[in-house]
Design a protein around this ligand. Structure first.
Ligand code: ANZ
Length: 804
């Protein structure tokens, strides 16, 4: 008989909820903090990609409980966000209600999948109790000088009268236009909050060394931080008091410099531009405003620029070289000034060939027709000749520094974090702008600063947040003076920067201990760092870097005891459509998990997604595979409920059982779930063939199965005569001795008379013994000549054929 997944799943979900089965315990020395990247509760609900990561963590959480660990396995909602706001703007609704509805749908979906989350720890980043602490942390960042307002460039669309996020801007023919309407978008400075994450660049880099993360993610963070060691070298401008400081990592090429080039935004540009060149320079500067940095760095596009009319003096060769401006030099990197060496830098080569500037090779090069980037020795470089680039760099660095013409400099690609959004649906900033221009923090006992409860939100129309419309919220009296609130809100990243800490101090849903209390500190000491963190690769830099940054600040404040939040990280691979393409509504290849839970059951979905292949690989969905998983579970059900169970071990399954326990235990540790399931299948095949099954082996098998398909496992556990949940049963152990496969001699008899012997592995099954015996030369011919009436096999002992 097959089992009814609907009945079983409903029964056990109810049991778990009523018995609070997965409540976080605090009674063991060993702990496991198993964390999923919490979802954004979007209107479209859960997709089949979610359960892949969630099942992967659930398996470890369930294993750890059975191993006697205290387990923290929580879930919550990354609930502020643009889609809810956009939906609200479109429909004239309030995003708060919409988000609540979505959360309810998501939660039901998760519960139907049988994840062992402790729902007492449920959090919602848009809950005022939650963002009270987000705001408190922001105030601490402010007090520590890590948050400040700055004129920062935003994407301003004059036609729409609003600021746009980068994601809302397209680049068409090298110009920025709004995604909506295709109107021109320019960069415009606006007062914004920035968080000084760059102060932590070195520590964010350093900390990576001790993390058990995929190398690809570490590399992405390293590149994002982008540490670069080089020199700042001063070049004097001819007939002027101006000096231009450039940043270079290749000071060894200084004999090959043929011009200097500044970003159009460099502050000295207009000071050094001659009157003849002023017009062209100004036009070029205007034109640059419509370009994105990505565009400026696109090396497939021809380089452009204009001369300033001024000349600089090479501090070593004393040569006179022209000074240009060009948009391939970025304003926010280094000193936004570059010494150009066309022979050995492809960008400078393109520029120099276009504008017919001299090209001087200073390294031995295979061709003079293209730039050379390599390790050959220096030439045409006076005291650097014949040195390797590395040694030349050491020598010229020493020389320039001793002459006070340069200083060593480390630059980072990492930029400070733009922390303002012109949005309604985010955390309000907990501060006020006073009349005298100063900033006052809202006193701690008056937090949170709640979002105003408005019926519906409308855009402000002037580039500010819709909150600017709510004038009686914005303009208030504060300590006898007129004050204005910040109308921008925090970005969605804010709430996810500390949610893994929130779970630890959650006393009941959306209720928290004071984050800076002794009690909280003790709990942080117990639970941190997160032992396993699973989520999508798309968070490799932003979320994972921002959260590490906040964590390091909280560490400096003595609020958390360890410097890094996430010990081990795994990125689950994407589930593609059956056709191998990314699932998307427009392609019509989206699989709805609710339907699968209906038709095949949650256990089947869980098992199938874990059996698909390695957890970090992108793999296509297959209904055939799904059916196969269900069929196997039916087989498991029959095995446990229909086979004869015995309390005497006839040793038949000794080897395969112990092998299965050993392998599955190890494979779960390594998150090799697909091979773990294969091994469970090996056991089932062997057990199906056995005459009867030793009960402890069957129970052990059900335990091994339970992290993967918990509902069915509970049902079978109960069938085997147990009255309590399997959740806290002891994980099976194995007997090393039984893993050594020993040979035994098995006698083969015909009509009771010894005719041959067989050397076989201990535990060789009856079927195999019979097959092997029949293939023995003597026996084979004997059986050919007679009629077989009966065959008997006893494992490890004897085979007897009765013939006529
Ligand atoms: C001379 C030179 C010769 C350079 C050569 C490279 C090769 P990273 O590793 O990224 O730090 N550079 C400096 N500031 C820049 C800016 N604001 N925008 C665009 N390019 C800039 O690279 C540093 C190199 O990038 C610097 O070294 C400089 O060009 C350029 F054969 O100086 B180099």
């Amino acid at each position: 008989m097959n089992f009814s997944h609907k009945a079983i799943e409903k029964k056990w979900q109810k049991y778990w909820a009523e018995n609070n089965t997965f409540i976080t315990t605090n009674k063991n020395d060993k702990k496991a903090y198993i964390l999923d990247m919490f979802p954004y509760p979007s209107g479209s609900g859960l997709h089949v990609g979610h359960p892949r990561g969630y099942t992967a963590t659930d398996i470890v959480a369930r294993l750890r409980r059975m191993q006697g660990f205290d387990v923290l396995h929580p879930i919550g909602w990354d609930a502020f966000g643009l889609p809810a706001e956009q939906y609200a703007l479109k429909t004239g609704n309030n995003p708060v209600d919409f988000t609540k509805k979505n959360i309810a749908i998501f939660k039901t979906q998760l519960q139907k999948l049988g994840f062992s989350f402790d729902y007492n720890k449920e959090i919602d980043t848009s809950n005022p109790n939650y963002y009270k602490i987000t705001q408190w942390i922001f105030q601490k960042l402010f007090e520590r000088g890590l948050a400040e307002t700055r004129e920062a460039d935003v994407n301003w669309c004059p036609e729409l009268g609003t600021v746009l996020a980068n994601e809302e801007v397209l680049v068409v023919k090298g110009k920025m236009v709004s995604e909506v309407g295709g109107f021109e978008v320019i960069k415009r400075p606006m007062k914004q909050w920035v968080l000084k994450i760059t102060n932590y660049a070195e520590r964010l880099l350093d900390g990576l060394n001790n993390l058990d993360w995929p190398n690809s993610v570490k590399e992405l963070q390293k590149n994002w931080i982008g540490k670069s060691k080089g020199l700042e070298i001063d070049f004097k401008i001819e007939k002027s008091s101006e000096t231009l400081t450039i940043f270079t990592t290749r000071a060894d090429t200084i004999f090959g410099v043929s011009y200097l080039v500044l970003a159009p935004e460099h502050p000295s540009v207009l000071k050094i531009t001659t009157s003849e060149n002023l017009q062209a320079v100004k036009e070029y500067i205007e034109n640059t405003k419509t370009k994105t940095d990505i565009d400026r760095q696109d090396d497939s596009k021809p380089k452009t620029g204009v001369a300033t009319g001024s000349f600089a003096i090479n501090p070593i060769t004393k040569e006179k070289i022209p000074v240009f401006i060009a948009d391939y030099v970025l304003k926010d990197y280094g000193t936004s000034a570059v010494m150009a060496v066309p022979a050995h830098d492809p960008r400078d080569w393109d520029f120099a060939t276009k504008y017919k500037l001299p090209i001087k090779f200073v390294q031995e090069s295979p061709s003079l027709e293209k730039p050379f980037v390599g390790e050959t020795v220096l030439i045409n470089s006076d005291f650097l000749n014949n040195l390797s680039p590395k040694n030349a760099l050491l020598k010229v660095t020493e020389f320039l520094i001793s002459k006070k013409l340069a200083k060593e400099k480390v630059n980072y690609k990492l930029r400070d974090w733009l922390f303002s959004r012109q949005r309604f649906y985010g955390e309000p900033f907990p501060l006020l702008f006073l009349e005298d221009g100063s900033i006052a923090l809202i006193p701690e006992d008056q937090l949170p600063v709640e979002l105003p409860k408005v019926e519906y939100i409308k855009p402000s129309g002037n580039g500010e947040s819709p909150l600017a419309n709510v004038t009686d919220w914005v303009n208030i009296q504060f300590q006898g003076s007129k004050a204005r609130r910040e109308t921008n809100t925090m970005p969605q990243w804010a709430g996810s920067c500390w949610y893994y800490l929130a779970y630890i101090i959650t006393t009941k849903p959306n209720n928290f201990l004071e984050i800076a209390s002794d009690e909280a500190f003790e709990l942080f000491k117990k639970w941190l760092p997160v032992d396993l963190y699973v989520g999508g690769q798309e968070h490799a830099v932003l979320h994972l870097l921002y959260a590490r940054f906040w964590h390091q600040v909280l560490f400096d404040m003595g609020i958390v005891p360890y410097p890094e939040p996430f010990g081990k990280l795994i990125n689950q691979g994407m589930i593609l459509g059956e056709n191998g393409e990314k699932m998307s509504k427009s392609k019509g290849n989206v699989i709805n998990p609710d339907e699968i839970v209906e038709s095949h059951g949650a256990d089947t979905l869980r098992l199938y997604e874990m059996f698909m292949g390695p957890i970090d690989a992108a793999l296509p969905w297959s209904f055939k595979g799904l059916d196969g998983s269900r069929k196997w579970l039916d087989r498991v059900y029959r095995l446990v409920t229909e086979k004869t169970i015995t309390n005497n071990n006839n040793k038949e399954l000794d080897f395969v059982y112990n092998e299965t326990v050993a392998k599955v235990s190890k494979m779960i540790e390594d998150m090799k779930y697909n091979t773990a399931i294969s091994q469970l299948m090996v056991f089932v095949n062997a057990a199906m063939k056995a005459q009867e099954i030793y009960k402890p082996y069957l129970e052990g098998f059900v335990k091994l199965l339970s992290p993967f398909t918990p509902h069915l496992a509970e049902e079978l556990w109960e069938f085997l005569g147990n009255s309590k949940t399997i959740t806290y049963e002891t994980w099976p152990s194995w007997d090393e001795n039984k893993l050594v496969q020993k040979n035994v001699t098995v006698a083969i008899q015909i009509n009771g008379k010894l005719r041959a012997t067989l050397e076989v592995l201990v535990g060789t099954t009856k079927e195999e013994l019979l097959d092997k015996a029949k293939a023995e030369k003597n026996i084979y011919s004997y059986l050919q000549e007679h009629t077989l009436v009966k065959e008997i096999a006893v494992v490890d002992k004897i085979v007897n054929f009765v013939v006529k």
